[in-house]
Write a protein that binds this ligand. Sequence first.
Ligand SMILES: [Mn+2]
Length: 253
Amino acid sequence: MPFIGVTTSASSGEGPARMSLNAAYLHALQAAGGIPVLLPPFLLDDQLNALLENLDGLLLTGGGDVDPSRYGEKPHALVHGVSAPRDTLEVTVTRWALAQRKPVLALCRGMQVLNVTLGGSLVQHIPDYYGESIAHSQVDAGYRRDEVTHAVDVRGGTLLANLVGPGGLGVNSMHHQSIRRPGDHLVITARSSDGVVEAVEGPGLGPFVVGVQWHPEELAASNEASANLFSGFVAAASGLSVGMPERTHAIRV
Ligand SMILES: [Mn+2]
């Protein structure tokens, strides 16, 4: 069974320093056959390097916003939850995974971290760019985290379509930011009807580099498409092909 690095949140406010992680990430990963190895921002460099040598894949999890200075912008008034130690750790481990061509599954903030690591930028507050025809922050709109609330259109001929099927897919949605300019070597594989980027992948970046803006970990127990994202990721981390021809040329990241 593959060892999968799983990033965590880090508290930055009052009270004792803490790391945290919704257990749904672990449950979904374990159900797919992966062994989670938590990667908190408190790891020292040599400890992190020793851990990375033993990892087969990277799961970038959800959380607060990436510091906008990482893509050259000043923060919007509604940017929240920025953690410099977390940003630093996640950019470091993302670079490691891409350099080693390890599988990456990047969820919500994780997709944004993947994008910024590759030189892309973010929409800092979706209503300012796309209006409010879709409640991308569904919990604020009164829905539970594990409810499907909007559709995305999955582009055919992509790894994502191999996993969840092409065309319309119902997803949950707990984000106020999204990808603006895609990072190097990332292609957009799904959008919602308002134009928000909902998924990307890096077909030249390794056997499995997939980001989605929704939260399949919350749905995986009952939703086949969501479970397939995790099982495909774990299969790739186990060295199995997940159905798309991998490009073999090297790409610097
Ligand atoms: Mn959404």
